[in-house]
Design a protein around this ligand. Structure first.
Ligand code: ADP
Length: 430
């Protein structure tokens, strides 16, 4: 009897004697006679998850009961989001705000923003930044919709074929556009940027993907046009659908220069009173920390990002709103600027050129993430594709600015360690 026949006979047994059959499945998984993806298809996602947890408990001795508590639709999740579904891990969510934003999609509103984190002091600190922004009249935010990129890599016979391939591409761009856009009314090809090195050619496709982050849509569209059109017409073989020149989920110079997903700018002017009263700092000290830490420190370290902690706010915002957390790796590359402005005030900004973001698709459809998006007033409208995700991007830009200002101010007054001592420690002596 093979493994799937074994699973089928066990589920048949389950109908007549449920507890025994369930235990047989647990035992088969624990013994390695059945793989975790081979549980009977007829079994609900919830029961499958229970069986997997019990088998893992049997194997490891660990109790996995807490993972069985979750509010989302597990049938859908196990189909669309997570194979070998086991349950859920939970991340606490805190709120910052009101955060006043003066953008183009958030036109002078005050919002409460959920952040999912286990890092004590992060929410409190970012909340202090929100107060500074509010008292200064709000964060001015602008977002460019750069587009999502996917760069397959091709192999040619040599430099001559490489050049012919690129020329062919230029002549046939319109047909490539027609074919890539055929699969979804939300996907628009913006351009294709070739990059050649000897026998290797990357084609960096850039798409507008509406309210979706777009990586799946772009990948599927590229795959189709390569297989049906580019390879048969040119004879040039695609070696990999992703050639790492995309660049997805890795910090990179090309994304820093050309942008990817959304490009965020957020800015505020802070006067002496706000610096003193809210942020417990002053212009001279803030400008100096910015210069010596964010600029010189990052140069000394060879960092790609010139900021204090974009990743902290990005990760907490991504988890709360259902983004792909792996894309924090690229999104955290960016620059903070702080310059003297007015009598003992500053003008401060954050620049994030590479932020893939979604209001639909991926983790945004889960119950708790949907609630977080609803709290922010972010809801995709198919009549205005792209509008909701631009709103989300503006909120993120202002949140990052709040977090950055508060941490840099804390560093000027040596408040950082004290805040962590008070808010972030479990009390355990180390
Ligand atoms: P992604 O391509 O972002 O990785 P998905 O694979 O979930 O994520 O694709 C997004 C899906 O959402 C597509 O099937 C697309 O047709 C659908 N969709 C529905 N409404 C919209 C919208 N307003 N903007 C973009 N896509 C949308």
């Amino acid at each position: 009897m093979n493994e799937s026949q074994a699973a089928l006979s066990l589920v048949t047994a389950e109908e007549s004697a449920p507890r025994d059959a369930r235990q047989e499945l647990v035992d088969a998984l624990a013994e390695g006679d059945l793989r975790f993806h081979q549980l009977p298809k007829e079994m609900s996602a919830r029961r499958q998850a229970e069986v997997r947890r019990d088998a893992l408990s049997k194997i490891s001795g660990a109790r996995l009961d807490s993972m069985g508590h979750y509010p989302f639709d597990d049938e859908r999740v196990s189909r669309q989001n997570c194979e070998n579904f086991l349950g859920a891990v939970q991340v606490p969510v805190g709120v910052i705000g009101p955060l006043r934003i003066r953008g183009e999609y958030v036109q002078d509103e005050e919002l409460y923003v959920p952040l999912a984190t286990t890092e004590g002091a992060l929410v409190a600190s970012t909340n202090r930044g929100c107060r500074a922004l509010r008292e200064a009249g709000g964060a001015v935010v602008r977002v460019d919709n750069v587009g999502i990129t996917r760069a397959p890599v091709f192999r040619t016979s040599g430099v001559v074929e490489t050049r012919e391939f690129i020329q062919w591409l230029e002549v046939n761009t319109e047909e490539i556009r027609r074919r890539t856009e055929a699969g979804s009314r939300f996907l628009k090809l913006l351009d294709i940027r070739p990059q050649a090195m000897g026998t290797t050619v990357f084609l960096r496709f850039r798409f507008d993907s509406g309210d979706a982050m777009g990586m799946n849509m772009a990948t599927i569209a590229c795959d189709r046009v390569i297989e049906d059109f580019i390879e048969p017409q040119t004879g040039v073989e695609c070696v990999s659908l992703s050639g790492n020149f995309c660049v997805d989920k890795k910090p990179s110079h090309v994304n820093f220069q050309e942008g990817r997903g959304k490009r965020l700018f957020a800015e505020v002017q802070l006067d002496k009173q706000i610096l003193h009263k809210v942020l417990k700092t002053n212009a001279r000290a803030l400008v100096e920390v910015q210069y010596r830490k964010n600029l010189l420190g990052s140069i000394a370290a060879g960092s790609l990002g010139f900021n204090a902690h974009f990743a902290n706010i990005l990760a907490a915002f991504f988890l709360a709103t259902g983004q792909d957390p792996a894309q924090v790796a690229e999104s955290a590359v960016g620059v903070t600027t702080i310059e003297p402005r007015g009598p003992e005030g500053v003008i401060a900004s954050v620049y994030l050129p590479d932020v893939p973001l979604a209001a639909v698709g991926g983790g945004t459809s889960l119950a708790t993430q949907q609630e977080a998006l609803a709290l922010l007033g972010v809801q995709a409208d198919s009549e205005r594709p792209g509008h909701a995700v631009m709103r989300l991007a503006e909120i993120l830009g202002a949140s990052v600015l709040a977090g950055e200002l508060s941490l840099l101010s804390a560093l000027t007054s040596r408040d950082l360690a004290r805040a962590h001592e008070k808010l972030g420690r479990s009390g355990a002596k180390s």
